[in-house]
Design a protein around this ligand. Structure first.
Ligand code: WT7
Length: 671
């Protein structure tokens, strides 16, 4: 093992020496504040660089790719893409490995630096993992997977808690060219099963149990249940998080035991730039969740660049993204962004309120975090508990305060800025999506010290050209305007397809406005150009920053024997951002009481999707407002759910207008 690392080190030193020459030349000639663009004299300001990123994206991204990633083989073409044709390809003919870029590359200088801080559920029991320890774990798991038959292009479903083993498993997949498909460990066994089936995964990696907020989560039990319906699965690796005595079946293998038998030296597979690095399921407005796929080179370059520049990450800092790895935020800013930069990243296993609402702030002081990146919903929850939890701790290590997932309202922004940041930290509200791979709109980077407007992400990142579009698909050119948010440029981090359904990818994102990427969000462009995101324009809900299709919940409700039809909409919720309001029509012959049915519906949603998907309100109505063309008029239901029943607008196009009065009447009885 040591021989292998030594020789790796030797070859790295050589690479480093060779790389020193051009970088020295760059230092001497520096005429711009941007090292990657050293000899380009006209790039003097942030504005110049942004403009350049749009006028000459080939040159812009080519320079970044060559300076920021380690290639096995250089690329010949920066991109060959046409959004109208659904063709997206970057860094053609190039070869690289993401795990090498995230781990091996740092070993010569940073082998003993902490790569991962594992903030375990119980406060004060954190563990630290250096780059060298991470490298060994990745190598061993890579060998375990490879020797059990996993090869390039195979899908590996990962259903694990937030832990170093999870990061190492994802990187091990990347190392051997397998595609990881992480399924949030809060999803039910049904949700896990449908994701395993869609990806036709043969391998699952899980844990005996998870621990969150002092409670045990039965992960292995959920996997057993899921796998019993997944004939493709050939092997299940079990990491022992709690060492509970869980039943082990024929295809189950203890992960640590298998790792112990393997060498940490694992030959990485040199991947084509466009080879899939991973897939991740996310909800759409219709149908089942879709497996969004990301490429190796483009995704890695985009996360590495956005991480460095949006948060102004400096070497040696501790970055605390508290999102779970089951979401894209965890992928891009707990793993790939920080590790590709040789940074130190946090893995947060707990909840914002365990054991009390001071958890984040106590952790910031104890671990001396320099950045925290969280969801507005937790800020809203924590600010309700009063300032004293935050004031109890020394938060002076913090430099940048990030957030993502849903609109950050003014009250939460002010609290974050004053109580947490003591008016000395930038608030970085970042807008992006599973599909965009990384941050697309955020107040930074910008001209140093540029004003940050509360409660909006404001400015496009390099290479992002945001456009507002009206109902007819025409660009809205006025400065102060509302519209559907689209992106006219291409950028390396954008998703490449929906696993197994490229047509759906094109129909969802590229066809609505030809030549642009359609985000599904509405936005308000303020005078001066700052962008504020107003929320989804489709039937996607955003519950505590978790994306959920109303159709997914409706499918579960409709399937209940006592339910004839249902419609689910969001309504304003002061902690979750959006709550779930279900209108259900009971079958005439149903015998259970409304209360019994409602309880069963909630249980059913929890079992088939996840607990966060359970409706906050369930209203039994005699019917739903169908239009004559056979669509539910959700506009009306949204108003009823929000209790804005005075002005419901025009209902004359309904097939059954009288149902509206009945729904309003029942809604009034709910309070
Ligand atoms: C949707 C994407 C990207 C990581 C987390 C969510 C909403 C995201 C913001 C923001 C307002 C936001 C959008 C978007 N969203 N960030 N800063 N302000 N809304 O990823 O699950 O793919 O959800 O989250 O509606 O479309 P996701």
């Amino acid at each position: 093992m040591y021989g292998c690392i030594r020789s790796l080190r030797r070859s790295w030193n050589l690479v480093q020496q060779v790389q020193k020459l051009p970088s020295l030349a760059r230092c001497i000639n520096t005429t711009t504040p941007f090292p990657e663009f050293g000899n380009m004299t006209d790039l003097r300001s942030h504005q110049d660089l942004y403009r350049f990123s749009l006028t000459d994206p080939q040159e812009f991204w080519c320079r970044l790719a060559r300076t920021r990633l380690k290639w096995d083989k250089d690329f010949t073409t920066t991109f060959d893409s046409n959004l109208r044709e659904g063709k997206i390809a970057w860094f053609l003919d190039g070869k690289l490995n993401a795990a090498v870029n995230c781990v091996d590359r740092h070993l010569p200088i940073k082998g003993d630096q902490v790569a991962l801080i594992w903030e375990r559920d119980e406060p004060g029991t954190q563990e630290y993992y250096t780059y060298r320890q991470l490298a060994d774990m990745v190598g061993q798991i890579g060998n375990v997977l490879r020797n059990s038959g996993v090869s390039k292009g195979d899908r590996v479903a990962i259903y694990l808690p937030m832990a170093p083993i999870t990061i190492a498993t994802m990187l091990a997949c990347a190392r051997i060219g397998a595609i990881h498909s992480v399924v949030f460990a809060g999803f039910s066994s049904d949700a896990l099963a449908s994701r395993i089936q869609d990806a036709k995964a043969e391998t699952v990696v899980t844990a005996d149990q998870g621990v969150r907020g002092g409670k045990v989560v039965e992960l292995k039990r959920a996997v057993d249940d899921a796998v019993s319906r997944c004939p493709t699965v050939k092997r299940v690796f079990v990491y022992q998080r709690t060492e509970a005595d869980v039943p082990m079946g024929k295809q189950d293998i203890l992960l640590q035991k298998a790792m112990n038998a393997e060498s940490p030296c694992c030959e990485p597979v040199s991947m084509e730039s466009e080879d899939t690095l991973f897939m991740l399921y996310t909800s759409g407005s219709t149908g089942k969740p879709k497996g969004i796929t990301h490429s190796t080179a483009g995704y890695l370059l985009y996360t590495t660049t956005t991480f460095k520049h949006v948060f102004d990450y400096k070497d040696g800092e501790k970055f605390g993204c508290v999102a779970d790895i089951g979401w894209i935020t965890g992928h891009s800013y707990a793993l790939y962004g920080p590790l590709s930069n040789g940074g130190t990243t946090l893995l947060f296993e707990s909840t914002p309120t365990y054991p009390n609402p001071g958890r984040y702030w106590e952790m910031v002081e104890r671990l001396q975090l320099n950045h925290i990146y969280l969801a507005p919903t937790s800020l809203r929850l924590l600010l309700k508990s009063g300032d004293s939890w935050a004031l109890n701790y020394d938060l002076s290590s913090l430099r940048k305060l990030g957030c993502v997932g849903e609109p950050l309202n003014h009250e939460a922004w002010e609290w974050y800025y004053r109580v947490i940041g003591k008016e000395r930290c930038d608030i970085i509200d970042t807008w992006w999506q599973t599909e965009t791979g990384g941050i697309c709109i955020s107040p930074r980077p910008s001209t140093p010290g540029a004003h940050i407007e509360p409660a909006m992400p404001m400015r496009p990142f390099f290479g992002i050209d945001p456009v507002l579009v009206d109902h007819d698909g025409q660009e809205v050119t006025e400065e102060d305007a509302h519209g559907a948010l689209c992106i006219r440029s291409i950028w390396p981090g954008m998703a490449r397809t929906i696993y197994g359904d490229h047509k759906r990818f094109i129909d969802t994102y590229l066809n609505p406005v030809p030549g642009m990427y359609y985000t599904g969000d509405g936005a308000h462009r303020h005078p001066g150009g700052a962008l504020q995101i107003t929320g989804r324009m489709d039937d996607v809900l955003n519950v505590s920053g978790h994306r959920l299709g109303s159709a997914e919940v409706e499918d579960v409700l409709d399937d209940h024997p006592a339910i004839a039809e249902s419609a689910v909409v969001g309504f304003p919720h002061d902690v979750k951002g959006e709550g779930i309001f279900a209108f259900v029509v009971r079958k005439d012959d149903a015998v259970e009481s409304e209360q019994e049915i409602a309880d069963n519906l909630r249980k059913k949603v929890k079992k088939e999707i996840a607990s966060y998907a359970q409706p906050d309100q369930i209203l039994f109505t005699p019917g739903l407002p169908w239009t004559r063309s056979g669509k539910i008029m959700r506009r009306i239901l949204r108003k009823v759910a929000a209790n804005e029943t005075e002005d419901l607008g025009d209902v004359t196009t309904l097939a059954n207008p009288s149902v509206v009065a009945a729904i309003v009447e029942r809604r009034a009885m709910l309070q």
